[in-house]
Design a protein around this ligand. Structure first.
Ligand code: 6YU
Length: 499
């Protein structure tokens, strides 16, 4: 039945959309997407704050260059600024860390100079790079990325900075605590102690200086959706269980899978592509699949990390940062002990916020900052009323600038952990994980037998080197569509062949 086979895609994020497009363009006639919410895009979500466009979810195209399919599609749809399209921009190899112009503020209300803090920034960058090299060396001299960085910082700082004053050494170490918190956000982990050292280098960067969408990331989703046949997405249709290894008859045909929806509807299928976030799968694997996931797959779901990273947008009448400033770091002077988590989440959660990125250009956004906060502190922040968040942010900024009159005009935050269909932000390679875990997540069920490929797995978490990104997610949607296409085009032992 090839092109007539019934294919159900669970989730209308970029991976589900990518899979549906590839399948329908190939000629599959019975493709449906079931989406729990009332919208497409999933973790690509553009919102508004006043007249400003803000990204609640994905922010940048990481590595916008020829090898990045999100870049190529966005260019084709004319969604990018001319500067992002230049060859020069595409050729910049920044290794995942854009060279942004920083402003540094300390908890005693002073500005710290780049000259004073430079050695700390350099040391940290050096260690991040070295941390990525263990995946190819096949060894793990430390139990986590956190332990590696902390131990090596202490050693190297003692050697290199011994000629500097104690207060200078101390504030540099405090800045390293801030940079550890930055990495918690980048990786979506509560602490770098939860990041595996051996697996740290699995994540690969592409060339190109990260760029944003002037009219919002969701423009990409809207353009892709226009290419899909109309009516193939059912919204407000959460899937509660995928029953596989069945034999169900409908309309004179037999199907191996039944997809059960929250409203009780049962949809027979030949293949289901699951694109639900890893956070959702961690929480609901016990009910989402029947029979349940095989143990090796379940263990990988449990071992892989899925953490929280949230944004807090803050708008001001006037900037309190330099004109050319692109990122603001907040340095707590009592944190020279290299910490990336707070001792009392309810009281001190705001200390986990590393600082802000500046929305640019000003003509487009006004004076808007985006604060970043990861981990359990971020999950707690989500539970607070908005005015409590505003209060904490206002006092934080007053303290670090030494200006007791600064008052934000508006504050708006994301709440990814409490989003019932995401349960966090994105995937990281936790301690104890390896490439094999990602392969296990991506492995279809069953792989062989009379009716293979009943349940396929796509989504950000299943990409071996681009997990946690939009381009990674899109590639996995294409990959699983491709798996079905080859399945039906390969000469099969179960289809009559002529000799
Ligand atoms: C990127 C970036 N970015 C910030 C923040 C977040 C993410 N990412 P989806 O969740 O989209 O779709 C699943 C759908 O399924 C969804 O619609 C659900 O409603 C639905 N669903 C769930 N359960 C269901 C059910 N039962 N039934 C039916 N439907 C159901 N990526 O490229 N650039 O700047 C950021 C960022 C705050 C939250 C990001 C970024 C991640 C992407 O957003 C994400 O990967 C994809 O959108 C996922 O698509 P999907 O289809 O898989 O799932 C060194 C080193 C370290 C490693 N990491 C470094 C990389 C940095 C990562 N960067 C992230 C940073 C930001 C700021």
């Amino acid at each position: 039945h090839g092109l007539d086979s019934q294919i159900v895609i669970v989730g209308c994020g970029i991976s589900g959309i990518g899979a549906a497009l590839k399948l329908t363009k190939h000629g599959f006639r019975n493709v449906r997407i079931l989406e729990a919410t009332g919208r497409s895009g999933g973790r690509i979500k553009t919102g508004k704050m006043g007249n400003n466009i803000i990204e609640i979810g994905a922010n940048w195209i990481h590595g916008p260059s020829e090898a990045n399919p999100v870049f190529c599609l966005s260019r084709q749809y004319n969604l990018l600024d001319p500067e992002s399209l230049t060859q020069e921009n595409q050729d910049l190899a920044i290794g995942g860390h854009p060279p942004w112009v920083p402003n540094l503020f300390s908890s005693s209300g002073h500005k710290l100079t780049p000259e004073l803090m430079g050695p700390a920034v350099e040391l940290f960058a050096e260690l991040l790079e070295e941390g990525g090299e263990f995946s190819e060396q096949g060894g793990e001299p430390y139990s986590s990325v956190g332990e590696f960085i902390r131990t090596e910082v202490r050693q190297r700082a003692a050697e290199r900075w011994q000629g500097d004053s104690l207060s200078c050494q101390s504030v540099r170490l405090s800045l390293i605590s801030t940079l550890l918190k930055v990495e918690c956000c980048v990786n979506g982990a509560h602490t770098l102690d939860m990041l595996g050292l051996g697996a740290f280098g699995l994540y690969k960067t592409l060339p190109g200086l990260d760029c944003t969408f002037p009219r919002g990331y969701e423009g990409l989703i809207n353009n892709l959706m226009k290419e899909l046949p109309t009516g193939i997405v059912s919204y407000h249709r959460p899937v509660s269980c995928v029953h596989w290894q069945r034999v169900v008859s409908k309309g004179g045909r037999e199907y191996p899978v039944v997809v059960e929806c929250g409203d009780g509807e049962r949809i027979p299928a030949d293949h289901v592509i699951l694109t639900v976030p890893l956070g959702y799968l961690k929480k609901h694997h016990g009910t989402l699949l029947s029979p349940p996931l095989p143990l090796h797959k379940l263990h990988s779901v449990q071992r892989m990390g899925f953490g929280t990273n949230n944004k807090i947008f803050v708008e001001f009448d006037q900037p309190w940062w330099d004109d050319d400033c692109e990122v603001i770091y907040l340095v707590w002077e009592d944190e020279s002990d290299l910490v990336d988590q707070v001792s009392d989440v309810e009281r001190l959660w705001i200390k986990k916020l590393f600082g802000f990125t500046v929305l640019k250009p000003t003509e487009r956004y006004g004076h808007v900052l985006c604060g970043w906060i990861a981990g359990h502190e971020s999950e707690f922040m989500e539970t607070l009323p908005e005015q409590d968040v505003t209060y904490s942010i206002t006092h934080l900024i007053r303290r670090f600038t030494g200006n007791p009159t600064i008052t934000p005009r508006r504050v708006l935050r994301s709440q990814w952990f409490h989003d019932p269909w995401t349960c966090g932000s994105y995937t990281y390679t936790a301690t104890g994980t390896s490439l094999q875990d990602i392969h296990n997540l991506a492995e279809p069920l069953p792989q062989q037998g009379e009716q293979p490929l009943q349940v396929l797995f796509a989504g950000e978490a299943t990409h071996p080197s681009f997990f946690s990104t939009v381009h990674g997610a899109l590639l996995t949607g294409w990959r699983e569509a491709g798996r079905l296409i080859s399945h039906y085009s390969a000469p099969s032992t179960f289809q009559p062949t002529r000799s």
